[in-house]
Design a protein around this ligand. Structure first.
Ligand code: IPT
Length: 991
């Protein structure tokens, strides 16, 4: 390659010619024009080819056109290459700072009209809000400069190259550059001009930048203003009309802090904003100020003097069709959804979002950790040798990145912490970034998880720490050392507030244990909560060979190196559908706690600072899930942190059905993010009378049996069930397998002794080794009496001596049919089991099973370590909606603690099943699906599932927990399913 070109592409400095003083993204009345829209576009396979075309730069007659903003790999149906997904891996040779000659390079070109009156402007500036990864700019043939820092704003002074009337801008974007080494975030590589391009007229005597540093202390607000403007631009006037404030500063020296009385503070719960204008004779800036003071006192992180608990999400910019291109409507809906699910914080993983997002966070109310665009994770593979974070050649680029990050967004009250980046090892360049932030903004602490020993950051942060370890971090008594810390470093870390910048990896079905993490936050004030990894799946809308639309993940675009479905680890599916784990999260972090005791309930307001005057409390009583009584509850207004005991309503207890009281705290009035009546918190109280399960009647006079047999609605041939209520049925057979979840497939190391995992080997692998997915059975005996049938089967897998004995007894009890199944494992089963269940197969016939109605836990799926969103009640669903459409098909749909179930076809009941508790009082759960676990386990995407002509009902005596071992701890021992004997008892009747 041309050596000048190669030097440019592999330059570790942030580019040349851009304005070095970054500034706030301000709402100004100075004239500007958006250059978004269609640009002429030509893609070259290498940087060199693009370069060779330089001469014909102005002949674009045969170019294509492309929208700006967009990513070229998501345009043109594959004509411009395909997206690549990698997590840690670099999709090019690790040869820093060089990148391959095969470097897709896009030339963009467009005209714009500069109004004649702009010639009065002092300067004309071109702003790029986001270009991935390195770009070069020409205006009217003049080369202006270059820049890297994909998700950062870059401005260029183009005054001397523009003129009134027609102008031409040309931008050359290279997919790969030295900067790619420091932008190795876990996401799709998506080149192009993907954020706005704007041409701005800067008036003489205008305001270059303004920073309102607002504080709130002892009921007073304080404003310190930093105005960047020429002395000649003064006087500068600041107005805050709502409080009747007008400050006029005649000269720069007059700009002084001032106090404001009667001001309401800003918080994520009550995002009170005040309109402010700052103006000179020639320019007016419109801002919204929120008054809050961020501080670290000892090991506590406080806003306005009160400890903050982060119920946060890691938020990437991801959209199935647009990629990282911002869409305000979608973003606003996303943040409103967060609020509806009791989320109160976001970490902008792992780069600054579109600047407008912070306006929305200010307005809707979310605490924000604003993270710089920086990650060098791929150097981990080299034990961090050559890591840019500790290499002086990169110092300028690192400082440029944090400078652009902080300066752009410094005015937002929602931002309470700056983060230097993610997974970039450690080193002096990071320490230099931190020093720069400390000097520039003393009002916000600095976070960076990779500073394990706490050498240059203010907050102790970890990712994926287990529950036990998190507890140890919160405690001083424990002498346990902290990961990657000497005892002395650990002691230093324990003097700081702690947060989990990532935890609860939400890949596929899971995570479990959200409630265990949350409980710790209430016990140990040093623990400030955390940020779930992550908010949404990053699937890209694609079309399967048979025309079915689906959400693609790594490998679906034929990438050479990729990380599969690790990019599908969100609490929302790619199409914005909340997963059950998001409902679980909402229930776990609900800001109102109910503690039942006797005839009363203690209600506690767990919020940061808001009282409960915005809430109403509703109650209802149900008998077996059928509503009996309801009303409103009188609850005094509770200040944050306060609690009150309130008498329960009068509850009529049924002697024949279960009696449950449910209390909901709901919004009394609509907000910007939810309508009135929206449920914030729920609790249930079981007031059922005790009703012992009928004992099993002893039977004698068994005799050998074969041939056909009819017991009530059940028909058998040679001891096997063939028909129930006149419809064909196969089974029930023992089912120990579940289609492995991403967590079941996870092989992260056991992090502590009490961990249930076998280090390095996934449960799924062990299940396949032991043949749980391919069990066979041998009938050992078939016996009958006049009213009962008993079979004994031995179930085991090929090449295994391990087995499970299954005794099934069908009997007529009164006028009903009972099935009792005793499941008895042989000795020696070595691993946890996914489930202990029995499976009925129900071929479609004339009336296919297409729905279920049940009384039990619902409405969504639940598992032993994810039960908090589930409530006891009566629910119904189509078979289809019982399953969650996880990006990679896997175990889904289990409903726990079933009491009654009706299988329906077009609304008509076909079969009714009532469960009886076992001798411990436990009830089975159920799963109803169009596919078997074995079929689901074979599919990489849902479009690969075979057409089905059968419904499969699995009644599970038990299921293994979920855990979060895809990236984090395994299932907690208590929720880990060890092989054990179980009983299932069902009463079955025709619909
Ligand atoms: C962690 C990353 O910070 C995050 O970006 C994401 O990749 C996550 O893992 C997994 O989905 S880093 C990992 C080494 C724990």
């Amino acid at each position: 390659m041309h050596s000048r070109l190669s030097a440019y592409v592999s330059d570790t400095t942030p580019g040349r010619g851009a304005l070095r003083t970054a500034r706030s993204w301000l709402h100004s009345d100075a004239p500007s024009r958006s250059l978004n829209g269609l640009w002429c576009f030509r893609l070259s396979p290498t940087a060199q080819v693009a370069e060779d075309f330089a001469d014909e730069r102005f002949d674009d007659s045969d170019w294509d056109s492309i929208p700006v903003p967009s990513h070229w790999v998501l345009q043109g149906d594959g004509a411009y290459g395909r997206p690549i997904y990698t997590n840690v891996q670099f999709p090019f040779p690790i040869d820093p700072p060089h990148v391959p000659d095969e470097n897709p390079s896009g030339d963009y070109r467009r005209h714009f009209d500069m109004p004649a009156d702009w010639s009065a402007a002092e300067r004309v500036v071109l702003r790029f809000d986001g270009v991935e990864s390195l770009f070069r700019l020409w205006v009217n043939g003049d080369e202006i400069g270059s820049a890297s820092g994909s998700r950062l704003a870059h401005e260029f002074d183009v005054t001397s190259s523009v003129h009134p009337g027609d102008n031409v801008v040309a931008v050359r974007v290279h997919q790969w550059s030295a900067a790619s080494y420091v932008e190795d975030q876990d996401q799709w590589w998506l080149p192009g001009i993907f954020r706005d391009v704007t041409v701005i007229a800067r008036p003489g005597g205008g305001i270059e930048d303004v920073w309102l540093r607002t504080g709130f202390e002892n009921g007073h607000g304080r404003v310190e203003t930093e105005v960047t403007a020429d002395a000649a631009a003064f006087p500068v006037t600041l107005r805050l009309p709502e409080l009747g404030i007008e400050q006029v500063w005649a000269t720069p020296a007059d700009v002084a802090p001032f106090d404001v009385d009667r001001v309401e503070p800003w918080s994520a719960e009550q995002p009170r904003l005040y309109d402010v204008t700052v103006s000179t004779a020639t320019e007016r800036i419109t801002m919204r100020a929120g008054f809050r003071t961020v501080e670290i006192r000892g090991d506590q992180f406080l806003v306005n003097g009160r400890r903050v608990v982060f119920h946060g999400m890691n938020r990437h910019e991801a959209h199935p069709e647009r990629g990282r291109v911002f869409d305000e409507k979608h973003a606003r809906e996303d943040l409103a959804r967060m609020k509806r699910f009791n989320v109160n914080a976001i970490r902008t993983s792992h780069y600054p979002p579109h600047p407008r997002l912070l306006d929305l966070a200010d307005e809707l109310g979310l605490w924000v950790i604003l993270e710089c665009d920086l990650e060098t994770h791929g150097f981990d593979k080299l034990d961090w040798v050559g890591n840019p974070s500790d290499d002086p050649a990169w110092r300028e680029a690192y400082l440029d990145r944090i400078h652009r990050t902080v300066e752009r967004d410094k005015n937002h009250p929602s931002i309470v912490i700056w983060s230097l980046g993610n997974e970039a090892g450690t080193g002096s360049n990071l320490a230099a970034m931190s020093a720069w932030v400390h000097a520039r903004d003393a009002g916000r602490p600095v976070h960076y998880e990779g500073d394990h020993a706490g050498e240059y950051t203010d907050i102790y942060s970890r990712m994926y720490a287990s529950v036990l370890e998190t507890e140890q971090i919160g405690t001083d008594g424990s002498r346990s050392t902290l990961l990657n810390c000497t005892p002395a470093q650990g002691a230093r870390q324990r003097t700081k507030p702690f947060l989990l910048c990532e935890y609860a990896h939400a890949m596929g079905n899971g995570p479990g244990a959200l409630d265990q993490y949350e409980a710790l936050v209430h016990e140990h004030p040093r623990l400030h909560g955390g940020f779930v990894w992550e908010w949404r799946d990053h699937g890209i809308l694609a079309t399967a060979p048979d025309g079915t639309p689906y959400y693609a993940y790594g490998g679906d675009f034929g990438e050479v190196v990729h990380d599969g479905n690790f990019v599908m680890d969100g609490m929302l599916l790619s199409n914005d559908v909340p997963t059950p784990s998001l409902h679980e999260y909402k229930a776990v972090v609900q800001p109102v706690r109910f503690t039942f005791d006797g005839d009363g309930v203690a209600i506690t307001n767990l919020r940061h600072s808001a009282d409960t005057s915005d809430l109403r409390f509703r109650w209802r009583v149900e008998h077996d899930g059928t509503p009996l009584d309801s009303g409103d509850m009188e609850v005094p207004v509770l200040a944050a942190g306060d609690s009150a005991r309130v008498p329960l309503p009068r509850i009529t207890v049924s002697q024949v059905s279960e009696t449950w009281l449910t209390i909901d705290a709901v919004l009394a009035a609509g907000t910007a993010w939810a309508s009135d009546g929206h449920v914030i918190a729920t609790a249930q109280l079981d007031r059922s009378a005790r009703r012992p399960a009928p004992g099993v009647r002893p039977r004698t006079s068994w005799r050998q049996s074969d041939g056909t047999l009819k017991l009530g609605i059940a028909e058998f041939i040679d001891g096997s069930l063939v028909r129930l209520a006149g419809r064909a049925v196969a089974g029930p057979g023992l089912e120990l397998f579940r289609a492995p979840t991403d967590n079941d497939e996870g092989a992260s190391e056991a992090v502590e002794e009490s961990d249930a995992s076998v280090a390095g080997v996934s449960h799924a692998e062990l299940w396949r080794r032991d043949g749980l997915d391919r069990l066979t059975s041998r009938r050992m005996s078939v016996k009958r009496t006049a009213e009962a049938l008993q079979t004994i089967d031995k179930v085991s897998a090929a090449n295994s001596a391990l087995s499970v004995t299954v005794e099934s007894v069908w009997s007529l009890e009164g006028d009903g049919l009972e099935l009792r199944v005793e499941i008895e494992p042989s000795s020696g089963w070595p691993t946890v089991w996914p489930r202990i269940g029995i499976r009925f197969d129900l071929p479609d016939g004339a009336a296919p099973v297409d729905g279920a109605e049940w009384f039990g836990l619902g409405p969504l799926e639940s598992y032993p370590d994810s039960l908090r969103a589930a409530r006891t009640g009566r629910f119904s669903s189509t078979v289809r909606d019982l399953s969650v459409d996880y990006a990679r098909p896997q175990e889904t749909g289990h409903r726990s603690q079933l009491r009654q179930l009706a299988l329906t076809s077009a609304g008509t009941e076909l079969l009714r099943i009532v469960t009886l508790p076992d001798s411990y009082g436990r009830r089975p759960g159920f799963t109803l699906s169009r596919h078997t676990p074995q079929q689901i386990a074979q599919a990489g995407h849902s479009f690969e599932l075979p057409d089905s002509t059968t419904s499969h009902l699995i009644i599970d005596a038990a299921q293994h927990g979920l855990g979060s071992r895809a990236c984090g701890p395994d299932v907690w021992p208590e929720f880990s399913l060890r092989p054990e004997a179980r009983t299932i008892r069902l009463r079955i009747a025709a619909g």
